[in-house]
Design a protein around this ligand. Structure first.
Ligand SMILES: [Fe+2]
Length: 372
């Protein structure tokens, strides 16, 4: 094994306890050191060999990890429609392309809802290698993509339905690796329809001696006081990319009740045949992550908290995860957002979610058993 490819920012400080059934494989094998270093920052092997450091768990984080309210400035809407919000970046198959996602319009919660029309607003990203203010013509390139809306429906009395804002996904192509780009996203035909300018640095091109400088791995993040500590820690250590390995918002157990402030859902709603997931928490989470995710690529896989069964008997699952995140499934030959792969420098990342059928694996195991 050569030099360690990258260092890893540790991070699962979420207070909830449910197990994350998400598997992450890194090829070539990537030693994962859980490093928590304050002040001087986390070292990177690109600077040369270093002694891995581990910070003792801060036991105060076990206490009082209350849900951050949706009125908190980090979760409350900051953009006024039609301006985009919840802007996030995701890597595509290689560093020459990249996904930009965002939300426009307002989500709705209630009994009788009319979903927004995703064709009524454009999905554009204007971008270039210089800030727009430095160029008389603004950003020289534009990429266009698609938009969708999802709903979370509970056809049972007493449970609240939800329909999302318009969720946009645009793929930029022809980018130069390891290069800073400036961009605005939204609909340029609408007054106030474009975001303010953001920037990102593309990942390094695949090569045996080029790696992302620093990769953050985090799971079970949630949206509590402890989650803010984790995200502040991530931001402070300036990651090149983030692997978000499942269980993101915990919208499915928000105050255990779908946001109704009762301590026991089944006690308060004994006749409810399904437990609702309070989807506005996803919008709060998107705004919570935006300062980081709109400048650093964030790669997701699904955990058990993303299942979020809805419809009659839970017939529909993963609606929020599937609609909200762009992942390089198609680019990497996958037929589902539940698993995919991508390159970043000399690392090939394989993201394997746990909620797909691995029939071939079962077959191989059975064949092996038969032979023995
Ligand atoms: Fe988990």
């Amino acid at each position: 094994m050569g030099a360690m490819a990258t260092s890893t920012i540790a991070g699962t400080l979420h207070s909830r306890h449910l197990h994350c059934r998400t598997l992450l494989l890194l090829l070539p094998y990537l030693p994962i050191a859980f490093l928590l270093v304050d002040g001087g920052g986390i070292p990177t092997t690109l600077d040369g060999p270093f002694t891995p450091a581990t910070r003792a768990f801060d036991r105060s984080l076990r206490q009082g990890s209350e849900d951050v309210p949706l009125s908190d400035p980090r979760l409350a809407p900051r953009a006024r429609p039609p301006s985009p919000e919840q802007i996030a970046l995701a890597a595509s198959a290689d560093p020459s392309s990249l996904w930009v996602s965002w939300v426009t319009g307002r989500a709705q919660v209630g009994s009788h809802l009319t979903p927004l029309d995703p064709t009524a607003v454009r999905s554009e990203v204007w971008y270039g290698e210089r800030p727009a203010s430095a160029d008389t013509v603004g950003h020289p390139h534009v990429a266009r993509g698609s938009a969708e809306v999802y709903s979370q429906l509970y056809p049972y009395p007493g449970l609240l339905n939800y329909t999302s804002g318009v969720i946009h996904h645009v793929r930029l192509v022809g980018l130069r690796p390891s290069t800073r780009y400036y961009y605005r996203c939204g609909d340029s035909s609408l007054k106030g329809g474009l975001s303010d300018e953001r920037s990102f640095v593309t990942l390094p091109a695949p090569a045996p001696d080029a790696y992302p400088r620093r990769v953050a791995v985090v799971g079970d993040l949630g949206l509590t006081g402890n989650s803010t500590s984790t995200v502040d820690h991530l931001a402070r250590n300036d990651p090149s990319m983030i692997l978000m390995v499942g269980d993101m918002t915990y919208a499915n157990q928000y105050r255990t009740t779908g946001g109704r402030g009762v301590p026991c859902f089944s006690c308060s709603f004994p006749d409810a045949p399904i437990r609702e997931s309070y989807q506005p928490r996803w919008d709060g989470w998107g705004r919570f992550m935006e300062p980081l995710a709109s400048r650093v690529t964030m790669m997701v896989t699904e955990g058990n908290h993303e299942i979020e069964p809805q419809g009659h008997g839970g017939a529909v699952t993963f609606a929020s995860y599937l609609a909200r995140f762009a992942v390089p499934s198609e680019e990497s030959g996958s037929n589902t957002k539940f698993f995919y792969s991508f390159n970043a420098g000399g690392i090939h990342f394989i993201m394997l979610g746990a909620y797909v059928d691995y029939n071939r694996t079962v077959l191989v195991v059975r064949e092996g058993s038969a032979e023995s």
